[in-house]
Design a protein around this ligand. Sequence first.
Ligand SMILES: C[S@@+](CC[C@H](N)C(=O)[O-])C[C@H]1O[C@@H](n2cnc3c(N)ncnc32)[C@H](O)[C@@H]1O
Length: 276
Amino acid sequence: MSDYRDVNREYWDDRVAAHAASKDYAVAHFADDPGYLSEVVRFDRPRLGDVAGLDVVHLQCHIGTDTVSLGRLGARITGLDQSVPALEEARRLATAAGVEATFVESDLYGAVEALGPARFDLVYTGVGALNWLPDVRRWAQVVAALLRPGGRLHLREGHPMMWALDEGRTDGLLVVKYPYFETADPLVFEGEGGTYVTTDQVFTKNTTHEWNHGLGEIVTAVLDAGMELTRLDEHTTVPWDALPGMMFDAGGGEMQLVEHAERLPVSYTLQARKRT
Ligand SMILES: C[S@@+](CC[C@H](N)C(=O)[O-])C[C@H]1O[C@@H](n2cnc3c(N)ncnc32)[C@H](O)[C@@H]1O
C-alpha cells in the first residue's frame, strides 16, 4: 500500500486552487475588508481568549484563512501544512490581507523538528485535521512539545461519533458504519471527484487514508502528553456539510442536523494547558 502521506498530499494538492477560488473560503473578503475573520475563527472567539501578542502555531493550516484571521486578532502567527500549493495560497492570502505570517512545509509528525520545541503560547488546530493522522497519542506529544510550559491548546474538530456515521443515508437515520475508535489500518475512501466547498471542478486525486479517534482516546492522549484539560464542549453544529442531505445551514458557516439535533454532537472544542 502507498504511504498514507503521499496519497493524502496528492488529494489535498489537487483541491487547493478550487478551495482558494470557492466562495465558501471567502478569500477575497480578506483583502476587501481589513476586519474580516473566517467564520471558523468567529465561532471560536468566545472560547479562544485573547491571542494578541502570543506566539501561535496553526497546525494543518490549509490555505491559511484561519491562520490569517488569528494574525488579525494580534497573534504572531505560524501556519504549518504538508501541502506546498496550500502554503503558496496561504502566503498569497496573508500578503493580500496585509497580515504578517510565516508558513512552513512539514508533515504534522515532523512539526517539532521543523519549528523547534517549546516555541509557542498557543497551538490552534482542527476542523478536519485529526482524521488525517494515524496516531492521536503522537499528535498530542507533538502539540505538547511545541508549547512553552503554561501554553495552551485550542482544538475544534469533527466529533468522532459523527465521523463514525454512514454519510450516505437518505432516510434520515443515524447509522454507525465506521469505527469510532482509532484503528491500526486506515479507512480507505475512494471519492467521486468532489470536495466540501462549492466548486464546478471535478478532481482526479480522490483516494484518502483516514482514521477516527475516540473522544476518550483524544482526552487521554492530551493528558498523557503532559497537558491538563481546561474545557471540553460538544456542539450540535459543524462547519461543513458532514452528513449531506441531513443538515441545514444554521448560519455563520455552521451546519446542523435538520431533525433533533440534540441526538448527536457533531463537533467539539477541547482546550488544554501544558503543565508547568
Ligand atoms: C481540512 S484541511 C484543514 C482544515 C483547515 N482547518 C481549513 O479548513 O482551512 C486539512 C489540511 O491538513 C493537511 N494535512 C493532512 N495530513 C497532514 C499531515 N500528515 N501533515 C501535515 N498536514 C497535513 C492537508 O494538507 C490540508 O491542508
